[in-house]
Design a protein around this ligand. Structure first.
Ligand code: C5P
Length: 406
């Protein structure tokens, strides 16, 4: 269920901490590698030695431990895991998380992580129902934290109601389900994914150029999604105003010629996704110094030459052709028909066709509605964020690589 997944388990200080020991065992039975961090209060209920024996790993307790920090810094500790699980999550830990406090190792790891976070709350009924906790829970849900429980039932303090920690076996199931649906499963581990993004700039002279409105948002989101799916990613990007995605090798280029050269240099790749809006034409002979406006003279005439078609070039390689080649078709009308025509003409395996007429708001916007055109037919996806399109496209590529129909 959790084969090979690394789970950072943060044990908070509540009486339910004793159940966290059973949770470690069950997480391991499900195939996970469990790294435990305990708050100072948790150590009043269970010992680091028990957690170390059960997890088979060192247990981390101290923010300022020189030996721990020398072996693995706390930032790295929060990143090596595939997910962070807080069990039991006390009212105090939830409050710290909701407000971004970082005054012990557990809260620091929670603030520093960029991985999915799951919490299994356990506390007294009144503490759970207190408006302050209600606000913190709402904030954390909005931040994307997944809550597992709490359950209704008799509590150690003698009261009855919501506040009991979920059963360890249910926590394991919920984490496995959450990881599978968040795409943390790494179907592209060991694969090289090469992506182009953004526009190209074709110089007219040293200060002027021809270009287009591509923002790079879709291509960059695809590179990030491929990285999250475990791929080794190379992103060849034209000039854009957005940051490089984390964990991706980025090569910055300006012209279509440079983009082609860098794409060829990055081969071999398992998947090539050509998202860039490559300029169709370049200026035949860009001036080496700024072209002057001369009074009375007619405006200069630009002679254009066709740029290389990067997608078609890579699709038609007889040696080193990526297993899967994906192109985009940005169209303002007859989107699907143009997509079909492009699939055949460019020789790629999939075309992601989308409507870029100004009314659709795709160019530069954050949402996209695409049609996936392949030899098998056309699949239309709903309007969704470019990040969601990227994740779905990456999952589709992973399935095709495995030889399955998406
Ligand atoms: O022919 P058109 O520009 O509409 O094709 C779009 C697809 O082809 C996109 O995937 C784009 O990245 C790619 N393309 C390319 N090189 C060009 C023109 C387009 O790789 N010169």
């Amino acid at each position: 269920m959790l084969d090979g997944k690394r789970i950072l388990l943060i044990i908070g200080g509540g009486v339910a901490a004793y159940k966290a020991l059973d949770l470690i065992r069950r997480l391991r039975d499900a195939g996970a590698n469990v790294i435990v961090c305990m708050t100072p209060a948790a150590q009043q209920f269970v010992t680091p030695l028990s957690a170390a024996s059960l997890s088979g790993n060192d247990v981390h307790v101290d923010l300022f431990s020189l030996t721990d920090e020398a072996k693995m810094g706390h930032i790295q500790l929060s990143r090596v895991a595939d997910a962070v699980l807080v069990a039991p999550a006390t009212a105090d830990l939830l409050a710290k998380m909701a407000h971004g406090l970082a005054n012990n190792l557990a809260s620091t790891l929670l603030l520093a992580t960029n991985k999915p976070v799951f919490v299994a709350p356990a506390m007294n009924v009144q503490m759970w129902l207190n408006p302050a906790t209600r606000r913190n829970v709402a904030t954390l849900r909005e931040d994307g934290v997944t809550f597992i429980g709490p359950l209704d039932g008799p509590m150690a303090c003698g009261e009855f109601g919501p506040g009991r920690m979920a059963e360890p076996s249910d926590i394991v199931t919920a984490v496995a389900k959450g990881l599978a649906s968040s795409g943390v499963a790494q179907p592209l581990a060991g694969k090289h994914v090469l992506v182009t993004s953004g526009p190209t700039r074709e110089p007219i002279d040293p200060v002027r150029y021809l270009s287009n409105h591509s923002s790079g948002k879709q291509g960059h989101a695809i590179a990030a999604a491929a990285r999250s799916a475990g791929a080794d990613v190379t992103l060849v990007s034209g000039p854009v105003a957005i940051p490089d995605p984390e964990g991706v090798r980025v090569v910055h280029v300006e012209t279509a010629q440079q983009m082609l050269k860098e794409v060829q240099a990055a081969l071999p790749a398992d998947v090539f996704i050509s998202t860039a809006a490559v300029a169709d034409w370049a200026v035949a002979a860009p001036a080496s110094s700024k072209t002057k406006k001369t009074r009375g003279a007619p405006p200069p005439v630009l002679k254009l030459v066709e740029n290389p078609d990067i997608l078609a070039t890579i699709s038609k390689l007889s040696f080193n052709r990526p297993t899967l080649v994906v192109g985009f078709a940005a169209e303002t009308d007859d989107v699907i028909d143009h997509g079909r025509e492009k699939l055949a003409r460019k020789g790629c395996d999939l075309i992601v066709a989308n409507d870029v007429s100004p009314a659709a708001g795709v160019m530069g916007g954050d949402a996209n509605q695409v049609h996936i055109v392949s030899a098998d037919g056309v699949e239309s996806w709903p309007l969704q964020s470019k990040a969601a399109v990227a994740r779905q496209l990456v999952q589709t590529c992973a399935k095709l690589l495995e030889g399955q129909r998406p």
